[in-house]
Design a binder for this molecule. Structure first.
Ligand code: FPP
Length: 257
């Protein structure tokens, strides 16, 4: 892991000054929880929380890009979220449309490349189309990858990978003893992220401490940071704090330091 000094531009002070050196995680993944509770606390409908949560995706993406994070993966809709009331599901399905209509100029100005991973074929046509358009529009950008997990579920992702590998074996393209961890990783949605496919840091907001079927393979050696802050209230300072916490962790990957 590269050690770098980071200048906290907005506050005009250095994170380095606070804690010697900061290691910026290359890939940060976020479970954006607490939109509903944020709304309830304000006597607003749940969807108001999702709207505020959507706006915060943009704010945190820009902050992450400024920090030097290479990939920011956000869990926006799980394969289990279809179980929610129809009105809420419909609203969530409309969010990519709103988000890219509103924020594409900001993403372009920040040189952000959009990726959307999940079972996109199952999405309403307009939702699917805007995600494809966003990926296409930003495909030549060379900055941070903003990676949406949308209609994503890790167990389904791994099951699909197993099916694809089994088909390759059945068709004689692959021998069973040639299957290794890279074979599996190459069949996951994250394969396109190359050397940054595994998150270094996972953040979950809003006090829950579980994975909820998110990146089960890829998080094997990630550092976890949990915060009680609801996602719409999660600020760039909270992100910096999580990065600071990450920076003080000693990662041993099962070995010894
Ligand atoms: C979990 O909070 C949040 C979600 C299921 C949706 C997250 C979506 C966003 C933050 C916006 C995504 C933006 C785009 C552009 C797709 P919850 O509703 O379960 O909150 P609760 O646990 O407090 O009820």
């Amino acid at each position: 892991m590269q050690r770098v000094f980071f200048i906290a531009k907005k506050r005009g002070e250095t994170m380095a000054a606070q804690s010697d050196e900061i290691t910026i995680p290359k890939h940060v993944a976020i479970i954006m929880d607490g939109n509903g509770r944020w709304a309830k606390a304000r006597h607003l409908p749940r969807v108001a929380g999702h709207k505020e949560g959507m706006d915060n995706v943009k704010r945190i993406a820009i902050a992450a890009s400024h920090l030097g994070i290479k990939v920011l993966t956000v869990y926006a809709f799980s394969t289990e979220n279809w179980r929610r009331p129809t009105d809420e599901v419909n609203y969530l399905m409309g969010l990519p449309v709103r988000f890219f209509n509103h924020y594409m100029p900001d993403l372009m100005a920040e040189n952000v490349r959009v990726n959307v991973m999940g079972y996109l074929d199952e999405l309403p046509a307009q939702t699917r189309q805007v995600t494809l358009d966003a990926m296409d529009q930003t495909k030549n950008n060379t900055g941070m990858v903003l990676n949406f997990a949308f209609n994503y579920g890790a167990r389904k992702e791994i099951t699909t990978a197993v099916q694809q590998i089994a088909s390759a074996v059945a068709e004689g393209q692959l021998a069973v003893d040639e299957i290794n961890e890279k074979t599996v990783a190459d069949h996951l949605f994250t394969a396109s992220l190359g050397k940054w496919q595994d998150p270094d840091l996972l953040i979950r907001t809003s006090g829950e401490e579980r994975l909820s079927n998110f990146l089960l393979w890829q998080l094997a050696y990630s550092e976890f940071v949990f915060t009680d802050v609801h996602w719409p209230d999660f600020t760039s300072q909270d992100l910096e704090k999580a990065v600071q916490t990450f920076s003080h962790r000693q990662r041993r990957y099962g070995g010894l330091k």
